[in-house]
Design a binder for this molecule. Structure first.
Ligand code: ARG
Length: 254
């Protein structure tokens, strides 16, 4: 009898304790999950990576990757469209939290920002007007070359052909316009973006250049190593589960 009473007592204590726990959980107001705001600097003139749709929405490969990341880590993403040449400085001075804009990893940029793991491999192309006598990179000597200011394409041709041979534009759309207006003889730009401009302009032709392979990554402030770690973790996941490939397929085939 005594033993049974003891067991009953123990059971009751456990039950009371359990109900206390349960009510504790209920009574405590649920802390509102505040999203941390994350501001991304980009130059949205770079299809299929970042561009503005007719309805004003941002779209593209970079935009989808980063929206997925923001969702997964509960960030409130804000996109700030700016000239490409200003983004690294903005990341460096914390005017934005990070830069994602088809950024090629370069040693020079590594002095100013931390790069994530790469998510894309590409190279430079040359766009010329149909009927142009430019057939290879070597033919660029003596020509006027359009580039987006501050890009790797800008660096390469300035180094090879000198500053006087290069017209810098803040946006690729302006460089393409200059080509169509015959204000420049060609535009040197990243391969996939060249393909996109080609689709929209039948009078333009694409040549390959001999500039080497480039890898895209996201640029973070040196201090934001936690954010960088989170992004790399997310990137590894979407590389492994096929969702990154699905994003590429969606934007590159259309
Ligand atoms: N990949 C080249 C670079 O890093 C060009 C990037 C241009 N990006 C842009 N969104 N306009 O310099």
């Amino acid at each position: 009898m005594k033993k049974l009473a003891k067991i009953l007592a123990v059971v009751m204590v456990i039950a009371v304790a359990a109900s206390m726990f349960a009510s504790c959980g209920k009574e405590e107001p649920e802390a509102p999950v505040e999203k941390t705001k994350l501001v991304m600097g980009t130059s949205a003139d770079f299809p299929p990576y970042e561009y503005v749709e007719d309805n004003g929405d941002y779209a593209g490969i970079d935009i989808e990757i980063i929206r997925g990341f923001a969702d997964a880590y509960n960030y409130d993403l804000e996109i700030q469209d700016m000239d490409f040449k200003s983004i690294i400085t903005a990341v460096n001075s914390k005017a934005v939290d990070f830069g994602m804009s088809g950024f090629t990893i370069t040693d020079e940029r590594k002095l100013s920002v931390n790069f994530s793991d790469p998510y894309e491999i590409t190279c430079q192309s040359i766009l010329v007007l149909e009927g142009s006598d430019i057939k290879t990179k070597e033919d660029l000597a003596g020509k006027l070359i359009g580039v987006q200011a501050g890009t790797t394409g800008d660096d390469f041709v300035t180094e090879d052909f000198g500053q006087d041979a290069v017209n810098q534009y803040d946006k690729y759309s302006l460089a393409i316009q200059a080509l169509l207006n015959k204000q420049v003889d060609c535009v040197v730009l990243d391969e996939q973006t060249a393909v996109e401009f080609l689709k929209a302009n039948p009078s333009i032709k694409k040549l390959d250049t001999a500039y080497g392979e480039e890898q895209y990554a996201v640029a973070f402030n040196f201090e934001d190593t936690e954010l960088l770690g989170q992004f790399n973790e997310y990137l590894a996941k979407i590389k492994a589960d096929g969702s990154l490939d699905a994003i590429f397929a969606k934007y590159k085939e259309a």
